[in-house]
Design a protein around this ligand. Structure first.
Ligand SMILES: Nc1ncnc2c1ncn2[C@@H]1O[C@H](COP(=O)(O)OP(=O)(O)OP(=O)(O)O)[C@@H](O)[C@H]1O
Length: 770
C-alpha cells in the first residue's frame, strides 16, 4: 500500500504483499524508485500532482526544438562593449592593434553545440558551474545578453523564433522575478489576464489560474504574498512553482528552465522534476539546466547534454551516459552517483593511468564532438560500432599537456564554423565515415516529415501577437502596479513623514502669510519656495528608482510578449498619480491653512494644483534620469547637481545671477513654478511697508528679518502701500503680469510632455533587444 501524508512528504512504504513483478512495474514508473537491493522498499517520491488538468498540447501545436552549431563569445573587457571597442573590433577583427602579442578581445564560451528536444522529452543541460548551461538556454530562448556574440541556429519546427512562436515558449529564470507585494493568486491572475488569448473569457482565464495553482500544489499559499528580503512570503520551492506556473498559464509547447531545482531540498526538487516530467508527457519539450542532481532526480531525465567549459562532453539518452563513458574507458565506480561522476569528468577531476584530469576531459570532448558529427540530432542512444572506431581515432590524436590549458578545439571568434569542423573531420576521416551534416540522413525519427505539414509557416492570419487587447493591458497593468505598491506609498511612514513636516512648517510659518506687510511677504516667499522644493525633491528622488527597480521584470515580461511597452509605461506612470496625490494632499492642507496663505478657494486650488503639477514635472526628470542611467546611485548624484542648479537659479536664493550663466534658469522648472506660486499668492494684492521694518529690497531671506507687529497695515499710519511688488520683493517676474503666468504655465506643460516623451523613448531604447 502506498500513501503520502498531507504535507506531501516522502514516505517509505513497505509493500508486504506485492510480488516482485508488481514491484518491478511500480519501480518502472519514473516517479518511484526501488530502494537499493531490497525489493520491498519503494520510495513514493511524489503525490500525483494533477498536472494533467492542464490541457495537453494539441499535436499540431507541438514544437520540435533543434539547435545547430551554437557558439558564443563574451568580451574579455569589463562590461558591455563601448562604441570605441566596437569600432576597434571591426577594424582588427579579434585582436587589438598595437600589442606585441595580440590579445584576444573575446572569450569563447560555447563551442558548436548541436542537438534537439522533441515534444514529450525532458532534455537536461548539465555541467559544472561556468560550463555554459545558462548561456545555451538563453540562446535557445532568444534571451541572451545583447552584447554577446553568437553563431549557430536555433529552430522551432524548422523556423527561427519569431514573436508569435515566442508566445508558445515559457522561460523560467534562475532568480524568480516576481512582484513581492502580490499574492500568489494575484501574480498568476494578472499574468493570465495579460498573456492568455483575448478570445478566452475572464472566467476561463480564472479557471486556468486555478488549474495551474492546483497542478503545482500551491493551493495553501494562494493568498500569501510572494515576499522578499524584508517581508517574508512563500518559500523558495513555492516561489519556483509560481514562476513555473507563470509560464504554464500560456500552456507553452516548449518550457526552458534555468536551474529550477537550485536551492531546493532533494525532496522538493524531486517533486518539481516529476511535475516537469508529467508536463512533458503532455506534448511539451522541457529543457531545464541542472546543477547537481541526485541519482533519483537524474532518473527523471530523458536526454542529457553535458557541458564542460562550453564543449559538449556527452549528448544522448540520460540512461546511456554510463555506457558511453564506460566504452571510452571511464567506468562509473561502484556506489558513486552517476551525476557526480559525470560532473567530475566535466570538471577534469577524473584521472586515468595514462591521462590526467584535463587530458581525460579533452579526450572525452574529442570523442563526443566526433560522434556528434555523425548523430547530431539524437546523440548517443546505445553502443554502436562508430563509438569504438571514434574512440580509437581520438586516442591516436595528440592531446595537449595537462590542466590549465586552453580547451582543445578552442577556435577564435569568426573561425569556428570552418576550423572547428576541420578539427573534428580529422577524426571523422580517420574512421572513414561521416560527411557534411546536410548530406546525412536525418536521425530525428522522421519527426519533421510527420509534423512539417502542420507547421503554421506563412499562415496569413493567426492569433494576435498580444494576449490582451490594449485597453485591457492598460487596465490590468494599472491595477497591478497600484497593488504592487500597496505596502510602499500608503504606508504609515509616508503619512507620518508628510504630517510631521507639514506640522513643523505650519508652526514655523504660523499665520505668517496673513499680514499684508512687506516683512511678512518676505517670509511667505520662503514658505512658497519650501513648499515647491519639498514636494519636487521628494518625487524626483523617488522616481529615480521607478524603472531601474522594475527593469528586470520589464525585460522578462516583454521578452515573453506580455504587453506593449507603451501600455506598461502609461499604466505605470498613471498608477503613481493616486498615490502621489493622496499623501501630499495632507501636507498641503496642513501647511496652507496653518500658515495663513491667501484664504480663498480659488487661491487654494491654484496653489494645490501648481504644486502637484510641479511634482509631476520633477517626477519626469527623475524618471528620465533613472531610465537613462538605470543605476539609481549615479542617477542620485546627477539629480542632486541638477536640482541644485535649478534651485539656485529658481529666483529665490540668488537674484543677480551673472548674465553668462543666467540662461540656466530657463531650463529650471523651479523658476517657472516659483513664478506661478508667487503670482497666485500676491497678484492684485497691496502690500505695505511699515516703519521699523528692516524689510525691503534685497534677498528673500532678508525680507522677513525685521518683524514689526502691525494689527492692520491698511489703517496704521506707520505703513505705506508699496507701488511695485516686483521691485519691493526683488522678484524676477512681475506677479501681476498675466503674460508671465501664461508663459510659466505653458512652459511647464511643455516640459511635462517633452520629458514624458523622452522617458518613453529612453525606455524603448533600453528594452530594444527584447
Ligand atoms: N556577460 C558575460 N561577460 C563575461 N563572461 C560571461 C558573461 N556571461 C557569461 N560569461 C561566462 O561564460 C561562462 C558560462 O557562463 P554560464 O552562466 O552560461 O555558466 P553556467 O554553466 O550556467 O554556470 P552556473 O551553473 O554557475 O550558473 C562563464 O565562464 C561565465 O563567466
Amino acid at each position: 500500500m502506498s500513501r503520502t501524508d498531507d504535507a506531501g512528504a516522502v514516505e517509505v512504504v513497505v509493500q508486504e504483499d506485492l510480488s516482485r513483478d508488481k514491484l518491478a512495474s511500480i519501480a518502472h514508473h519514473k516517479s518511484s524508485k526501488q530502494l537499493g537491493d531490497s525489493p520491498d522498499l519503494v520510495v513514493q517520491n511524489m503525490e500525483e500532482t494533477p498536472v494533467e488538468l492542464i490541457p495537453a498540447i494539441p499535436e499540431q501545436q507541438r514544437l520540435f526544438l533543434e539547435y545547430h552549431d551554437v557558439c558564443a563569445w563574451v568580451s574579455t573587457s569589463f562590461g558591455p562593449p563601448s562604441l570605441l571597442s566596437k569600432a576597434t573590433g571591426l577594424v582588427t577583427g579579434l585582436f587589438q592593434k598595437g600589442s606585441k602579442e595580440s590579445k584576444p578581445t573575446h572569450r569563447q564560451i560555447l563551442y558548436n553545440i548541436t542537438g534537439c528536444c522533441r515534444p514529450g522529452e525532458v532534455l537536461a543541460l548539465m555541467g559544472p558551474s561556468g560550463s555554459g548551461k545558462t548561456t545555451l538556454l538563453t540562446i535557445m530562448g532568444a534571451r541572451a545578453q545583447s552584447h554577446m556574440r553568437k553563431e549557430g541556429d536555433v529552430n522551432f519546427n524548422g523556423q527561427a523564433l519569431n514573436k508569435r512562436l515566442k508566445r508558445q515558449l515559457g522561460f523560467v529564470l534562475q532568480d524568480d522575478l516576481l512582484y513581492e507585494s502580490l499574492t500568489v493568486w494575484e501574480t498568476l491572475y494578472y499574468a493570465a489576464m495579460l498573456r492568455m488569448p483575448r478570445e478566452m473569457s475572464t472566467a476561463e482565464k480564472k479557471s486556468r489560474v486555478e488549474t495551474v495553482i492546483k497542478a503545482l500544489g500551491i493551493e495553501s499559499t494562494r493568498n500569501t504574498i510572494i515576499g522578499g528580503f524584508f517581508r517574508k512570503g512563500i518559500s523558495g520551492g513555492e516561489r519556483k512553482r509560481v514562476s513555473i506556473g507563470h509560464e504554464l498559464l500560456i500552456n507553452p509547447a516548449v518550457l526552458l528552465l534555468d536551474e529550477p531545482t537550485s536551492g531546493l531540498d532533494s525532496t522538493t526538487a524531486m517533486r518539481l522534476l516529476t511535475t516537469l516530467r508529467q508536463l512533458a508527457q503532455g506534448g511539451r519539450a522541457i529543457i531545464p539546466t541542472i546543477h547537481q542532481p541526485s541519482s533519483r532526480l537524474f532518473q527523471q531525465l530523458d536526454k542529457l547534454l553535458l557541458l564542460s567549459k562550453g564543449h559538449c562532453l556527452y549528448y544522448g539518452m540520460s540512461d546511456q551516459v554510463d555506457t558511453w563513458f564506460d566504452h571510452l574507458g571511464y567506468t562509473l565506480p561502484y556506489k558513486i552517483n552517476i551525476a557526480d561522476f559525470i560532473l567530475d569528468l566535466a570538471s577534469a577531476d577524473v584521472t586515468k593511468i595514462n591521462r590526467d584530469g584535463e587530458q581525460s576531459r579533452q579526450f572525452l570532448i574529442k570523442c563526443s564532438e566526433a560522434y556528434m558529427q555523425r548523430h547530431p540530432t539524437n546523440g548517443f542512444k546505445n553502443v554502436d560500432p562508430d563509438l569504438m572506431t571514434l574512440k580509437d581515432a581520438a586516442d591516436a590524436l595528440p592531446i595537449k599537456a595537462s590542466a590549465g590549458q586552453e580547451p582543445v578545439l578552442s577556435v577564435p571568434w569568426g573561425k569556428t564554423q570552418t576550423e572547428s569542423r576541420r578539427a573534428l573531420e580529422v577524426i571523422i576521416d580517420n574512421t572513414g565515415r561521416g560527411g557534411p551534416a546536410s548530406s546525412r540522413p536525418s536521425d530525428d525519427g522522421g519527426f519533421m516529415q510527420r509534423w512539417l505539414p502542420f507547421i503554421p509557416i506563412g499562415q496569413p492570419k493567426g492569433p494576435s501577437r498580444w494576449g490582451a487587447p490594449y485597453h485591457t493591458q492598460l487596465r490590468i497593468l494599472f491595477i497591478r502596479s497600484v497593488r504592487t505598491r500597496r505596502f510602499e506609498s500608503l504606508s504609515t511612514q509616508d503619512f507620518a513623514q508628510f504630517i510631521v513636516i507639514g506640522l513643523l512648517a505650519g508652526c514655523f510659518w504660523y499665520q505668517r502669510a496673513k499680514p499684508d506687510t512687506l516683512s511678512a511677504a518676505g517670509d511667505t516667499l520662503g514658505l512658497l519656495f519650501f513648499q515647491l522644493m519639498f514636494m519636487s525633491f521628494r518625487t524626483l528622488f523617488v522616481a529615480l528608482f521607478t524603472f531601474p527597480n522594475e527593469f528586470k521584470m520589464l525585460l522578462k515580461e516583454r521578452a515573453s510578449g506580455m504587453y506593449r511597452l507603451s501600455a506598461f509605461y502609461f499604466a505605470r506612470t498613471a498608477s503613481d498619480l493616486p498615490m502621489d496625490f493622496a499623501v501630499p494632499t495632507v501636507f498641503l492642507l496642513i501647511v496652507y491653512w496653518m500658515t495663513g496663505l491667501r484664504p480663498t478657494a480659488q487661491a487654494f486650488f491654484e496653489n494645490y494644483f501648481t504644486v502637484m503639477f510641479l511634482s509631476l514635472v520633477a517626477q519626469s526628470f527623475g524618471l528620465l534620469l533613472g531610465t537613462i542611467l538605470m543605476n539609481p546611485k549615479t542617477a542620485q548624484t546627477i539629480a542632486a547637481i541638477l536640482m541644485l542648479a535649478f534651485v539656485l537659479t529658481g529666483g529665490y536664493f540668488v537674484r543677480g545671477i551673472p548674465v553668462w550663466i543666467s540662461w540656466i534658469k530657463y531650463l529650471s522648472f523651479v523658476y517657472y513654478g516659483y513664478g506661478l506660486l508667487v503670482h497666485i499668492e500676491f497678484s492684485r494684492r497691496t502690500l505695505y511697508s511699515c516703519l521699523g521694518s528692516t524689510g525691503g529690497v534685497g534677498s528673500g531671506a532678508g525680507l522677513g528679518s525685521g518683524q514689526l507687529s502691525v494689527s492692520n497695515p491698511q489703517t496704521d499710519p506707520a505703513c505705506t502701500p508699496i507701488a511695485s511688488l516686483q521691485t519691493a520683493l526683488g522678484l524676477q517676474q512681475d506677479p501681476n503680469s498675466m503674460h508671465y503666468q501664461a508663459i510659466n504655465a505653458s512652459v511647464l506643460v511643455a516640459f511635462l510632455i517633452f520629458l514624458r516623451f523622452c522617458v518613453y523613448v529612453a525606455l524603448r531604447k533600453k528594452t530594444a533587444r527584447v
